[in-house]
Design a protein around this ligand. Structure first.
Ligand SMILES: Nc1ncnc2c1ncn2[C@@H]1O[C@H](COP(=O)(O)OP(=O)(O)OP(=O)(O)O)[C@@H](O)[C@H]1O
Ligand SMILES: [Mg+2]
Length: 430
């Protein structure tokens, strides 16, 4: 950080970025919230209008909050093009051109590349190698901000009681709040290609609409327990920068929540308003169980409302990507199956995948092990089983005050795991 002569105070570059961004945003009508970097956007977000209102005024406190600068006044001391007005503590640029040139000379190209508003201006400035389009496509959009999502929930609910009820039916997370990452998962080729197709569909909704292709964007994840169905759905939220609405089926059909059908409609309505977003229905087989166990009851009506709601929502029209997951596909009847236009398999990992999963899980652990050999020994293990095996090995080593794992630790852990499964199967059989 710092300038060519290294004399700038800490935070000077931050304040300059903020002032330039505010200036360019204020006078360029065509720039929208998606053109602001999330840290600046979140700070100036107005809940009432769900927007960043023009003009953006910058105060010393703003700079301190956004960048964690201790003293904004001290930070700008050497910046000749910034004026500090004691009254109202507002900061502003005195000569825009001088400020713009100073910033360009700071060799902070990455800042410009990750700030579409700056990139918009600097694209045609001297010989700076930046592209507005590129900056924009790598910038998180407004709809990925937790602040925006919260404002949307508020808008949909009359009061906080209603909002609380809604949040009992669905977990709603901003991409930034999701912990799962696609990079942490080993996917099959089939899964990878489906992820790319979803991505294309999301980015070409208008085109799909024009050609009348609507049978897209409803996927059912099917596979044995622990094969990454839930993790993948969540990870996609972060990967696509889309909010995820996770329906809690057990709550939707809970009779304590008043009118279930109305509740279901509300969750789907919320998804439409958050669009583009992911609507994820985990443990989808719950639907099947309630259909068979409670032939005439309220549950059955609830499930029928759910299936109807699924029918009526669309990626192309509403921007809602619908994902559901189950490890009991045999329980689903045709009425449930036909709602989905794609079934994506989550098989137990083969030897090659098991090795990759083990490598991934062990990546941050000091371990001297042959994952190839371990993969051979773990036929039939799911990704989740493999994680548990490593977990046990880590804990057992810690019992001996070791933070280093060797082959023996993992072999022992696999042995224990095998015995546990054996015991479990025997207990189920009797
Ligand atoms: N292919 C994989 N690569 C890496 N990790 C995996 C893989 N499959 C599963 N895991 C890990 O196993 C754990 C459990 O996975 P997850 O909960 O997504 O499984 P699931 O398919 O939803 O299971 P269930 O059907 O029981 O709900 C997660 O921590 C996940 O990271
Ligand atoms: Mg799951």
């Amino acid at each position: 950080m710092g300038g060519e002569n290294g004399s700038e105070k800490p935070g000077a570059i931050d304040v300059a970025e903020l002032l330039l961004t505010a200036d360019i945003y204020n006078r360029t009508e065509s720039l929208i919230e998606d053109d602001l970097p999330p840290n600046i956007r979140k700070h100036y977000f107005d809940v009432q209008t769900k927007s960043v209102k023009r003009p953006i005024y910058v105060t010393g406190t703003d700079a301190q909050k956004i960048f964690g600068i201790e003293n904004a006044k001290a930070a700008i001391k050497d910046l000749t093009f910034v004026a500090f007005e004691e009254f109202g503590s507002q900061l502003r640029l005195t000569v825009f051109d001088v400020a713009a040139r100073w910033f360009a000379n700071q060799k902070e190209l990455d800042r410009i590349k990750s700030n579409p508003t700056l990139a918009y201006f600097y694209e045609n400035f001297d010989s700076l190698d930046v592209s507005y389009a590129q900056a924009r496509s790598s910038n998180k959009p407004l709809s990925a901000d937790r602040e925006w999502i919260d404002a949307k929930i508020k808008e949909l609910c009359a009061d906080s009681k209603e909002a609380d009820d809604l949040l009992k039916l669905a977990y709603i997370k901003a991409p930034e709040d999701v912990r799962d990452r696609l990079t942490g998962l080993i996917l099959t080729d089939d899964q990878k290609s489906e992820v790319e197709k979803m991505s294309k569909a999301l980015n070409n909704r208008q085109y799909l609409h024009e050609i009348g292709l609507y049978e897209i964007g409803k996927l059912l994840f099917v596979g044995p327990p622990g094969t990454g169905k839930t993790s993948t759905a969540r990870a996609l939220s972060n990967y696509f920068s889309l909010p995820i609405v996770e329906v809690r089926l057990s709550m939707i059909t809970s009779q304590y929540l008043g009118e279930t059908s109305k509740n279901i409609d509300k969750v789907f309505e919320l998804a439409k308003r958050l669009s583009p977003c992911i609507l994820f229905i985990d443990e989808f087989d719950f639907v099947a169980k309630t259909r068979t166990s409670d032939e005439h009851g309220a549950m059955k009506r609830a499930v029928n409302s759910l299936l109807k709601a699924i029918d009526e929502i669309s990626l192309v029209e509403h921007g809602v990507l619908l994902l559901a997951a189950t490890n009991h596909p045999q329980l689903l009847d045709y009425a449930a199956w036909r709602r989905f236009d794609k079934v994506l398999n989550f098989p137990l990992p083969d030897k090659e995948m098991r090795r990759k999963i083990l490598d991934k899980v062990l990546a941050r652990i000091d371990a001297d092990v042959d994952t190839q050999a371990l993969a051979e020994e773990t036929e039939g293990y799911s990704g989740s089983d493999l994680r548990l095996v490593v977990r046990e090995a880590v804990l057992n080593a810690l019992l001996e005050d070791r933070r280093h794992l060797n082959q023996e630790d993992l072999d022992r852990s696999i042995e224990e795991f095998r015995r546990r499964i054996f015991d479990y199967k025997r207990s189920v059989a009797t």
